[in-house]
Design a protein around this ligand. Sequence first.
Ligand SMILES: NC(=O)c1ccc[n+]([C@@H]2O[C@H](COP(=O)([O-])OP(=O)(O)OC[C@H]3O[C@@H](n4cnc5c(N)ncnc54)[C@H](OP(=O)(O)O)[C@@H]3O)[C@@H](O)[C@H]2O)c1
Length: 330
Amino acid sequence: MKSLVLSSPGQIELKDLPIPTLSPGKVLVKMKAVALNRRDDWIREGKYPNIKFGGILGSDGAGVVEQVFDEADKSWVGSEVIINPNIDWGPDPEVQSSKYSVLGMPVNGTFAEYISVSLDRIHRKPAHLDFLQAAALPLGGLTAYRALFRKGGLRTGQNVLITGFGGGVAQFAFLFAKAAGANVYVSSGSDEKIEKALKLGAKGAYNYRRQVNFEELWKTKGGFDLVIDSAGGDQLNNFIKVLRPLGKIVFYGATNGLPAKIDLYRMFWNQLSLIGTTMGNDQEFVDMIAFVEKHQLRPMVDSIRPFSKIAESFPDITRPNKVGKIVFQI
Ligand SMILES: NC(=O)c1ccc[n+]([C@@H]2O[C@H](COP(=O)([O-])OP(=O)(O)OC[C@H]3O[C@@H](n4cnc5c(N)ncnc54)[C@H](OP(=O)(O)O)[C@@H]3O)[C@@H](O)[C@H]2O)c1
């Protein structure tokens, strides 16, 4: 089977590998579509823990169950499924266990024609999504769901700022927050994306590449209850300025690195919280799918490409005009 392998530092290539053989509790899924995450490129660049060369990358995918090991699981054969990328979250819903990892490193991932996964990792594909849309959902949807609801405690009518609207995770935070009845504001580095967000129902937006008067933003919008961010860097202090008392910044990444300083004075006076989050537990994965089904949400797909083009598509994950997920048809 064709598989995208990390062969050496910085080097990824499509290789022919044997179809995995099944063991107890496992099912074989024939992949129909897979989607790229920033994480895959961090791994290619060597900026990720526990990197194993020769392993198959990929956390996101959707497909059809082709075989099961256990007779009792036979009813799953032929089912259209998406895959939960959590491996060993563990018993505590609040935090992952020390054995936790994400599908696609060090455990072999979705970027292959077949994958063998435990039965409890597969979930029925939401009926309103095709395979390409469904493949875009797992990692980004799960991360955004936990960030907004468990960590951010988002409620109807609150003001939320989602930074970097074009991001794979941010688009889900935008869709979910809107569906939950929040007033959603966005930032982006591109005016085109801002226009798109406003068309899709954002209440306001700003371009983070230009000078923004955050105090002004605060005055006009009444302040934010919640900021969802993955860029990090010095702009954290701007978010602190525009949070309402008791406001929260929930962050799941730090693409732009660390802030040089943090305005602790304003944080304690306004009783603000800065909260880190990672992925989500298995129940949140189930809840996230149910939420997507209930609100009939469709992931934004930036582009659809043949699987044969996956290696050369990696640089496009950081392409400035990307909106949403890059998806590959298998
Ligand atoms: N902790 C976790 O569980 C978890 C899960 C998923 C991702 N992550 C991390 O979160 C980050 C984003 O992941 P992703 O998959 O969504 O990546 P992505 O699709 O590459 O999106 C990144 C987005 O960041 C935005 N951005 C860049 N500079 C910014 C700035 N100064 N201010 C605000 N936004 C800025 C851009 O938005 P525009 O295009 O709109 O300008 C870009 O589209 C990565 O670092 C990733 O490793 C962590």
